[in-house]
Design a protein around this ligand. Sequence first.
Ligand SMILES: [Zn+2]
Length: 238
Amino acid sequence: MSADFARPVARSGLNKRPVFDPALVACPDCDLLQRLPEVPAGSTACCARCQARLWRHKTDSLNRTLALAVAAALLLVIANSVPMLGLSVAGRAASTTVLGGVLAMWDDGRQTVAMLVLFTAVIAPALEIACLLAVSLAVRRPPAPQWAGTLLRGYEVLREWSMIEIMLLGVLVALIKIAELATVIPGLAMFVLGTLVFLLAAMAATFDPRDAWARVAWAAGESLRQAPGLARAAEDKR
Ligand SMILES: [Zn+2]
């Protein structure tokens, strides 16, 4: 019965008709549809029914995200080019980088672990930073191209796979265990990676996806002129 009712609506495209009001939001907890008031920078709008946080207007979000992403990109390059760890046993010393460790694990027959470390500690953080760097540059002059929206979706997935802090924790546990057998020399990359963990957290906390989405071109291009959020974003830039 309900399927018969839904079919003609879907065919006529009624369910895809956009509502030109970017202030309309649905509460993530109780699903109440409501209009966001003017929220001053640094303030938070809460749901009228359940008090869940609807949106926090972050101050100068896009510029700060861009600055943090540039800093994070530089730190990631440094972290992967200088030694992370050195060992000294009976007068013999050796040191390795993150990628050197991955190669050593690969040669040792632990290809699965090597691939996981490479992806979660190098590739995913690099893509996460690249995503935000590209988005914060692309949305500076609205309307931002459609690929900015694709990157915004990809960023959420990549964030979950970026696990530098887990790798650092693993390295620290191994260091404590090996400290009785050899002299351990922490390399510059250890400190850089430690800083990068905080920088990535700050970058994620500063970024406001709502602000970025408001500047992305609509799939149906004719809606652009009618979207008030976009018009306001364009005015802010002037
Ligand atoms: Zn609610």
